[in-house]
Design a protein around this ligand. Structure first.
Ligand SMILES: *Cc1c(COP(=O)(O)O)cnc(C)c1O
Length: 449
């Protein structure tokens, strides 16, 4: 058998360097040596950093401040930081078992994930088969796979506003763009379908490659009703667009607000790519296990995209084998201990959310809509009712940090100026302290007209 010829680009013999060039090289030696960053890396910017970093730069401890007020952060979307919400115990035992298993889960795995984990994920999401599942590095990695498989430079993805900033970061890193559709604050933060319709008219159906829907929603804390999801499915069907459903919070919703997976509602009418993971639902964000599930329609519209995502998965080779081993145990719906743990977690989150929203309702100048799930909600700041020092949500959060050492994220970080986001993961004592300080702050700056 003859080996196939390797094409080699001919290299020209170096010519004698003209004098000017060698002089130029001499001059360049005195310049700083800077390697240029790639265009893609320059396009990859998380807008939240530009907003948050200057605020964080001013953080001080109570001692440094001299008033004993230690920092209380209601900003970070990591449920594990305060220590009151420990990781799911079933996950912890399962990872120990995995370590003791033959081979210690040390080997490489299939780029799309280990078969047992893919099967468990397929069952969990009512997918056709394990083949429809691709495991990734966290839900972030899952979204990156899905969006990379969908978007080309110059194309557009419809994303919610307010919304999680990562969608935009990923799209723009590929030279694609996002177009924001409004969520309606006075209508349970539902998607503004009229606005979506207008946007499609503006951008044309050929440039728009899909609609991103995040439910339960970060940062609003809203959970969509089945009726609203049906409206979204009908919209997507009319415009022949796939839905990317970011469902990383899964069924972390409160009693009166059941979670309906987008794929169930779409039921084969519209292709849905569901992105999810262990991070929030099982309180292990640092384990970095996420996945996408392809729920195709009857025509098989996602066939090419699914094949594309599987090709892309070959680059990173999925999430850590060790943590993939816990997935079947953690997604086992028959495990009584697990069900009890989940029920308790939901109750705790609901209590904390109710407490926080109730207390913040008492603060003059703020308007609260009760959260329905996830780990956050956003509140409106009636900026005009505050003194001259507070002209915007950014002013509000900077001054709140400066005066009360309470850190909340300004709405502008999520695309909604005039609001701020709070996280209700912290323990009751911390939430109570925080609300007391926020109340003092609001009373101090509120100017009754
Ligand atoms: C936290 C979060 C993610 C990312 O989850 P990871 O598994 O930690 O990557 C994705 N989407 C939303 C809406 C989130 O809040």
């Amino acid at each position: 058998m003859t080996s196939s010829p390797v094409s080699v680009v001919p290299v020209e013999a170096p010519k004698e360097e003209p004098l000017e060039l060698s002089l130029l090289a001499e001059v360049e030696k005195n310049q700083p040596w800077i390697c240029p960053a790639s265009a893609k890396s320059i396009r990859t910017v998380n807008p939240i950093r530009a907003i948050v970093d200057p605020i964080v730069a001013n953080m001080k401890t109570g001692e440094e401040r001299g008033d004993g007020k230690d920092l209380i952060s209601l900003a970070l979307g990591d449920p594990t930081v305060a220590g009151n919400l420990p990781p799911c115990p079933v996950a912890l035992t399962a990872v120990e078992t995995a370590l003791q298993s033959q081979g210690h889960a040390a080997g490489y795995v299939n780029a799309c994930g280990v078969p047992a984990a893919r099967e468990a994920i397929a069952r969990f999401h009512n997918a056709k088969s394990a083949d429809a599942v691709v495991i990734a590095n966290g839900c972030s990695g899952a979204l990156e796979l899905a969006l990379t498989a969908l978007l080309d430079p110059g194309t557009v993805l419809l994303v919610p506003s307010p919304g999680f900033p990562l969608y935009q970061v990923i799209a723009e890193s590929h030279g694609a763009s996002v177009v924001h559709y409004r969520l309606l604050p006075d209508q349970n933060w539902e998607c503004d379908l009229r606005h979506m319709e207008e946007l499609l008219g503006l951008y044309g159906p050929h440039r728009v490659r899909g609609i991103l829907v995040n439910n339960p929603c970060n940062p609003t804390g809203a959970v969509f009703s089945r009726a609203h999801l049906e409206q979204l499915v009908a919209f997507a069907e009319r415009h022949r667009l796939p839905i990317v459903a970011d469902e990383v919070y899964g069924d972390l919703t409160f009693q009166e607000h059941p979670f309906h997976p987008m794929a169930c509602v779409a039921s084969g009418k519209v292709p849905v790519i569901t992105a999810s993971g262990l991070a929030k639902q099982f309180l292990v964000p640092g384990w970095r296990v996420g996945w996408i599930v392809f729920h195709d329609n009857v025509q098989g519209s996602l066939r090419e995209v699914e094949a594309g995502a599987k090709r892309l998965a070959q680059v990173v080779l999925g999430a850590s084998h060790l943590v993939q081993m816990v997935v079947p145990k953690i997604l086992d719906s028959n495990n009584q201990e697990l069900r009890q743990w989940k029920a308790d977690l939901k109750l705790t989150l609901e209590e904390q959310a109710k407490f926080l929203s109730l207390k913040l309702k008492d603060c003059p100048g703020l308007e609260v809509k009760e959260p329905q799930g996830a780990m956050y909600f956003i509140l409106r700041i009636h900026v005009s009712k505050f003194g001259p020092a507070i002209q915007s949500d950014l002013d509000f959060s900077s001054l709140l940090l400066q005066e009360e050492n309470v850190f909340v994220l300004p709405g502008i970080a999520f695309g909604v100026p005039g609001f701020f986001r709070v996280v209700f993961c912290g323990p009751a004592t911390v939430l109570e302290q925080a609300t007391k300080r926020i109340q003092c702050f609001c009373e101090r700056h509120f100017q009754a007209s």
